[in-house]
Design a protein around this ligand. Structure first.
Ligand code: OGA
Ligand code: MN
Length: 293
């Protein structure tokens, strides 16, 4: 069976059949997946009962891996997964859910705010691949917003206003919104803001998208409160129902999303239940702006 996609979201997102991630991909499969990503931005694959090695092999056949080390509050000796993974679970090294008050958990649930992966890095992520191993009894959906459709729906005045704007992104800004401010000096230095264009052009489709995330905390040259109000308005616009696909996880699902033209967020679930989801990530094509040093 070969690659077949069926749209499931309002203006993007498709469900795919005909790919078995336990086996090496043919060059045609690789091409079809990239073409599917360019068309739909989010691809959902069901019943992929793969292990870490198979997830890594599948990911590597689509591009170069991004390392996620240093992006969370887990110390390297606390890692549950190889450093080639972003551990998006709520589990400690022993596989037990973090206590509700654990600061590693409270930092990690910042991913329940709308964001694009690694927008806080100079080179933001290309694709993220999230695989569900254990899911909670309820809740825990992941929602996606189509930032290309959101851009297309802006009025001309707003498009002109934002075209050249540069935002500064940091995990400090997203956590600050949740009242999580007890970061050490080392963590603050590690999470130093980086610049990102607010409007970006997709390298393979040539289409423009909003490049937003809750990590965006300032706009270069703007007063902070005014910048935050514009960013809030744009995120509210981009996450209206007509631009959102909500994924209800089943064990064995693997979802790929293009961070260059989507945002996503996790939804709440019972804190004491394990949710084991594992992310591999492809590194982006380059910075979206020259960085000031
Ligand atoms: C991620 C992420 C949300 C979720 O994997 O990057 O934000 O629902 N996940 O787990
Ligand atoms: Mn994320």
């Amino acid at each position: 069976m070969s690659f077949k996609a069926r749209q499931i979201g309002p203006c993007f997102a498709a469900e795919v059949e005909g790919i078995d991630m336990r086996k090496p991909l043919s060059p045609e499969d690789v091409k079809a997946i990239h073409a599917g990503m360019d068309e739909y931005a989010v691809l959902v694959f069901h019943e992929q009962f793969i292990d870490d090695e198979q997830q890594l092999a599948f990911t590597r056949s689509l591009g170069e891996l991004e390392r996620s080390v240093g992006a969370s509050l887990r110390a390297p000796e606390d890692y549950r997964l190889p450093t080639t993974f972003a551990d998006v679970s709520n589990l400690d090294k022993e596989g037990k859910p973090f206590a509700r008050e654990d600061r590693r958990r409270l930092f990690a649930i910042g991913n329940r705010l709308w964001h694009s992966d690694s927008s806080f890095k100079v080179v933001p992520a290309k694709y993220s691949l999230l695989h569900a191993r254990v899911i909670p009894s309820k809740g825990g959906n992941t929602e996606f917003a189509d930032m290309r459709a959101a851009y297309d729906a802006l009025d001309d005045e707003t498009r002109t206003q934002i075209e050249e704007l540069i935002c500064e992104h940091s995990q400090i800004y997203s956590r600050e919104q949740l009242g999580f401010t007890d970061l050490t000096d080392e963590e603050r230095a590690r999470f130093k803001p980086v610049g990102q264009r607010l409007v970006r052009v997709h390298p393979s489709t040539g289409r423009k998208s909003l490049f937003l995330a809750s990590h965006a905390g300032t706009i270069v040259g703007w007063p902070v409160p005014e910048a935050r109000l514009l960013l809030r308005d744009l995120i509210a616009h981009a996450t209206q129902k007509e631009f959102v696909y909500a994924h209800e996880w089943r064990v064995g699902d693997l979802v790929i999303w293009d961070n260059r033209r989507t945002m996503h967020r996790g939804r709440p679930f019972p804190a004491h239940e394990p949710r084991d989801v594992r992310r591999t990530t492809l590194v982006g094509d380059g910075p979206t702006v020259p960085q000031h040093v």
